[in-house]
Write a protein that binds this ligand. Structure first.
Ligand code: DAT
Ligand code: MG
Length: 139
């Protein structure tokens, strides 16, 4: 069994899409094993998005993630890391496949950082690292 860290970003919370997004995760058959609404702080986001430091969208990304509450979840299932990224869709919501969260529910807003509703870990290594950041109590 595998676990992944999923975030509903501030755009998803503001647009009242928490239920819609969780429903898609559950309908796919994955289990939400931990969940909380929170406000991220800069220190948490610097750890979480460390791989993007120095990229042109890094500061806008941190500002966006600080702009409102987020929902953090640990989601469990066979191959859930790959599976959640598939139901989330491509990073760029303009071309994310219809049927995916980003493809159905997000679009380019003309902002410096892409606002695409959700984050999902991209490997077992990042899942372990990111779950440690957002759910230290589960360690
Ligand atoms: P993903 O969230 O699909 O794993 P990522 O890890 O490459 O994508 O980037 C993190 C977030 O940063 C992404 O969800 C949206 C934003 N982003 C990525 N590439 C971008 C770009 N070229 N321009 C603007 N924002 C970008
Ligand atoms: Mg990523």
């Amino acid at each position: 069994m595998q676990r992944t860290l999923v975030l509903i970003k501030p755009d998803g919370v503001k647009r009242r899409l928490i239920g819609e997004i969780i429903a898609r995760i559950e309908r796919k058959g994955y289990e939400v094993v931990a969940l909380k609404t929170m406000r991220a702080d800069r220190a948490i986001l610097e750890q979480h998005y460390g791989e993007h430091k120095g990229k042109p969208f890094y500061e806008p990304l941190l500002e966006f993630m600080l702009s409102g509450p987020i929902v953090a979840m640990v989601v469990e299932g066979q191959r859930v890391i790959e599976g959640f990224r598939s139901i989330a869709g491509a990073t760029d919501p303009t071309v994310a496949a219809p049927g995916s969260i980003r493809g159905d529910l997000a679009r380019d807003q003309g902002t410096k950082v892409v606002q695409n509703l959700v984050h999902g870990s991209d490997s077992e290594e990042s899942a372990a690292r990111e779950m440690g950041i957002f759910f230290p109590e589960l360690r």
